[in-house]
Design a protein around this ligand. Structure first.
Ligand SMILES: [Zn+2]
Length: 126
């Protein structure tokens, strides 16, 4: 991994510190999809298609899977897209190289701060 500049690290710490716990959890562990949804036919689609919308129970983002009916009659996966909750996405102008590890780091810092019996991890000197 390429070493970061101190200013970049500070920017990343500021960005992650301002995020909600749900976003930090999803960005570090992956979404927690509610899997009780079922496929729903897309009206007036040609060829016929159906969509499955899963919603994350933590951050409320959505994952939409689409299947299409082939001429043979078989349904086949045709694509996926996401609709993210407000505030989940990082503005491309402020994306300064944040990684999943940064969200894990932020989550641990918050958890340690909640655990009064433990000492927080050392912070980089200012
Ligand atoms: Zn989520």
């Amino acid at each position: 991994m390429v070493a970061r500049q101190a200013s970049q690290q500070d920017s990343i710490r500021t960005l992650t510190a301002e995020m909600s716990r749900a976003f930090i959890m999803c960005r570090s562990r992956g979404h927690r999809w509610n899997d009780e949804a079922h496929y729903v036919l897309v009206p007036d689609s040609s060829p016929q298609s159906a969509a499955l919308t899963l919603q994350c129970e933590r951050c409320m983002s959505k994952r939409i899977d689409r299947i299409t009916r082939r001429p043979s009659g078989r349904w086949e996966f045709d694509g996926r897209h996401y609709e993210y909750a407000d505030g989940y996405l990082i503005d491309s102008n402020s994306d300064i190289g944040v990684t999943r590890s940064d969200f894990v780091d932020e989550l641990v810092r918050r958890d340690v701060a909640l655990d009064k019996g433990a000492s927080p991890p050392p912070r980089r000197p200012a």
